[in-house]
Structure formats: structure tokens, C-alpha cells
Design a protein around this ligand. Structure first.
Ligand code: NIG
Ligand code: FE
Length: 410
């Protein structure tokens, strides 16, 4: 019997009864904490928890004393592109010298550059490089992650990316959900309408035949894919059981949010460029608005209007967007810090956004995102700290001290 008891926890964070699957509006500021707590994990699941004052009388094969430390449910990172061949720091330097994201893309940099590199990299190399990133995000507290394709841009290479993403799920303790993002950019040498047709007629059926993708995504943006193309592509994915999630409103008010609402997307992600119309559309839907503060920070874009979204009564999720072009970090404590510092979210709101709400966005609400009886035993123990606000305050510091996934110390 594999079991683990954590005792003398200064604060057990995000404790929820079963049945609470996402938080919105004012409820985002409530983060339930049990002070001076214990947590008992057994057979990979959360088995019991409570106050140390009601002595549980439990003993376990492994026991950890967490005096002075907090225990949080692992982060759920609902938006990454962590399978890629190579970093792109040369573009980073171009950006420092004044080039915009769109200008770099127009010069054959950007996504197409990553695709060229990926096409020349073997499966084993790609897997090894992605594994390093997977271990890196495990160490900073992530327990479940969404991984997109979109740096293949040929049927063969999109399939390769998704197989590698699935393999990460098999060979690490991470729970992995996969998303087909063939419509990330149009590669050189093919006309836009022909590429859209290739995505719909060839890629989607091939991916579905191997059951490689849970979701379908489109980069709905000027210079990438139009609203109409987005709609046709995600409707085609839906016919094969892939629910949509959309890259929406990153660089322009592209109509991405509205097409996400119209097609029943699980989430619309980015939202740097939204206003009242997009907020009104979101209010009539169950789509999870998702901010990617690392990308806004790295590209120097305006941050999504978190206060306006929350004050409109909406939920908000936060993910990393880990990718080589716009967000070369999958560090979720840093994303929480950016959400607090740049988007004026409170620490409680930001932690809800990065746990329970991202779990909902990945349809993992029954198993991840909170300390709830029967959920997967994915938690981390912090460094000693006096208050949960220390995490975003001490941005860039190592606050995640010890990681436990499926009830096992990593
Ligand atoms: O989410 N916006 C589109 N895709 C990525 C960036 C991709 C890249 O530049 O490689 C993003 O920011
Ligand atoms: Fe992205």
C-alpha cells in the first residue's frame, strides 16, 4: 500500500468539496485554506485531510513534516507548445532592436522558422528536448498540461508532434491533453486556401484515425487564419470529436473570441486585444477566457483586462503558453506573479485561475485543480513562507520546494 502523510502544514490551499468545478467573478477571490493541516494521500489519490487539531491518528509508509510550509494542488497548465525543436533567441535579439512579432513572421521567422527546424529533427531528438521541458515544469509545480502541435505544418510532422506529446504523457507523471494546431501558420510553398483544405481533408482525419488529439485549435489572427477559416477548421475537427480552443485576440480584435463562442470552444486564449463586445459575447457562453501573461510580457503587448473580465462576473484562467517564439517559460509561479503584478489580480484570484479554472478548461475538473477527496494526489510543498501572497511577491524565486505527483515524491 503506497501512502504518504503530510503533517503540520501551515496552510493547505484550495480545499474544495466535490462539485465545485470552476470559479467566476467575485468567487475568484475566495481561496479556501485549512490552517495547521494534514493531508493523507493513498494509492495515488487524495484520501483524507483536515486540521491537525482533530488528531487524525493516521500513520503512513512515508511521512513529511511541513512546518512553516504551504501545500497547494499542482498547477494545471492549459496552454503550451512544449514540443519544439529549438529555441529562437536570435529573434529575441531582433525584437530588442525594434522588430515586431508580425515583422519577424513576415521575414520567414516565427512559427514557420520553428516548423523548418522541427521537420529536420528526429523523433528521438524532439522527444529528448521536450522531456527536458516536461521535467522543468514538473519542478515548478505543474501536474497536468496541454500540449499543442503546430510546428509541423505537414501531415507527417503534425502527426509526429502529437505522438511525441502523447509519449510525454506516458513517460512522465504529467497528465497530458493534446491539441491539434495545424492551423498555426501557412508554410512556404502552399497557397492559404490549399493549406486550409489540407488541414481539413487530410490532417484532421489522419490525426483522428490515430486518436492523437483531444482538441483542435486555430491561430485566428490577421496574417494567419481568418474568422471564416477558423470556423471551417474547428467545425471539421468537431466532426471527429475534437473540441475547439482558440488562439484569439492576441495581436488584433480579430473576431477570435466571437468565433470561439459561436463554435462552443472550451477556451479562448490570449485576449490581449478585447473590449466590451468580446466581454458581452463571453457572458453569454461557458467558454473559459484564458490569459497567457508570459506571452504578453515577453512580446511587450498590453495585458488582458483581467479586472474587467472578473468584474463582469466571468471566470478567468491563466496558462503559460510555453513556446520558443512568444513565451519561452513554463514556470507557473511566474505566471501567477505576472497576473498579480501586471493584471492586478489578487494572489487568491491568480491561484484559482491557474488551478481550478485551468482544470475546467482541460475537462480535468473531476480529477485535478483542487484538494478534494478522490482527486489525483498532485500537490507541491512550498519553501517556508508566511503567507500565500509570498508566491507572487517573490517573483522568480524558488517557491515550489517539493513535488508530489500521483502520491509519490518526485
Ligand atoms: O501562442 N500566437 C501563436 N502561437 C504562439 C507563438 C508561436 C511562435 O511564435 O512560435 C503563441 O503565442
Ligand atoms: Fe499559444
Amino acid at each position: 500500500m503506497a501512502d504518504l502523510l503530510i503533517r503540520n502544514i501551515k496552510g493547505l490551499v484550495q480545499v474544495r468539496e466535490a462539485g465545485i468545478y470552476r470559479v467566476a467573478g467575485k468567487a475568484m477571490s475566495e481561496l479556501p485554506v485549512i490552517e495547521h493541516a494534514y493531508l493523507y494521500l493513498k494509492d495515488g489519490l487524495i484520501h483524507a485531510y483536515g486540521s491537525m487539531n482533530e488528531d487524525p491518528g493516521i500513520h503512513a509508509a512515508e511521512e513529511i513534516d511541513a512546518t512553516g510550509r504551504f501545500v497547494f494542488p499542482s498547477f494545471v497548465d492549459s496552454h503550451t507548445h512544449l514540443v519544439f525543436a529549438a529555441s529562437r533567441e536570435e529573434e529575441f535579439v531582433m525584437k530588442i532592436k525594434g522588430a515586431s512579432y508580425a515583422e519577424i513572421a513576415a521575414k520567414g521567422g516565427g512559427i514557420v522558422n520553428s516548423a523548418r527546424k522541427l521537420q529536420q529533427t528526429s523523433d528521438d531528438e524532439l522527444f529528448e528536448r521536450a522531456m527536458l521541458r516536461a521535467h522543468e515544469i514538473i519542478a515548478t509545480g505543474t501536474g497536468a498540461v496541454e500540449i499543442k502541435s503546430g510546428y509541423g505544418l505537414t501531415t507527417r510532422d503534425e502527426l509526429r508532434m502529437l505522438r511525441i506529446a502523447k509519449r510525454i504523457g506516458r513517460e512522465t507523471p504529467l497528465t497530458v491533453k493534446t491539441t491539434f494546431l495545424g492551423a498555426h501558420a501557412v508554410p512556404a510553398g502552399i497557397a492559404q486556401p490549399d493549406y486550409v483544405k489540407l488541414v481539413i481533408d487530410e490532417m484532421i482525419p489522419a490525426i483522428a484515425a490515430e486518436n492523437l488529439a483531444d482538441y483542435i485549435d486555430v491561430f485566428c489572427e490577421q496574417g494567419f487564419f481568418t474568422v471564416d477559416e477558423t470556423e471551417s477548421i474547428v467545425e471539421a475537427g468537431k466532426r471527429y470529436g475534437m473540441r475547439p480552443r482558440i488562439h484569439a485576440n492576441q495581436l488584433h480584435r480579430s473576431g477570435g473570441v466571437q468565433v470561439g463562442v459561436k463554435t462552443g470552444a472550451l477556451s479562448v486564449d490570449h485576449l490581449e486585444n478585447i473590449g466590451d463586445e468580446e466581454i458581452e459575447a463571453l457572458k453569454k457562453s461557458t467558454v473559459m477566457p484564458t490569459a497567457l501573461p508570459g506571452a504578453a510580457f515577453f512580446l511587450g503587448l498590453p495585458f488582458p483586462p483581467a479586472r474587467q473580465l472578473v468584474e463582469a462576473g466571468l471566470p478567468l484562467a491563466i496558462a503559460s503558453d510555453y513556446n520558443p517564439g512568444s513565451a519561452p517559460s513554463g514556470n507557473m509561479p511566474l505566471m501567477v506573479a505576472l497576473a498579480c503584478i501586471k493584471m492586478k489580480m489578487t494572489p487568491e484570484e491568480a491561484i484559482n485561475a491557474a488551478t481550478i479554472n485551468t482544470a475546467a478548461a482541460l475537462e480535468l475538473e473531476h480529477t485535478h485543480g483542487s484538494i478534494t477527496l478522490g482527486k489525483v494526489a498532485n500537490v507541491y510543498i512550498t519553501a517556508p513562507m508566511s503567507n500565500i501572497a509570498y508566491m507572487p511577491y517573490a517573483f522568480g524565486s524558488r517557491v515550489v520546494d517539493r513535488v508530489i505527483l500521483h502520491g509519490k515524491s518526485i
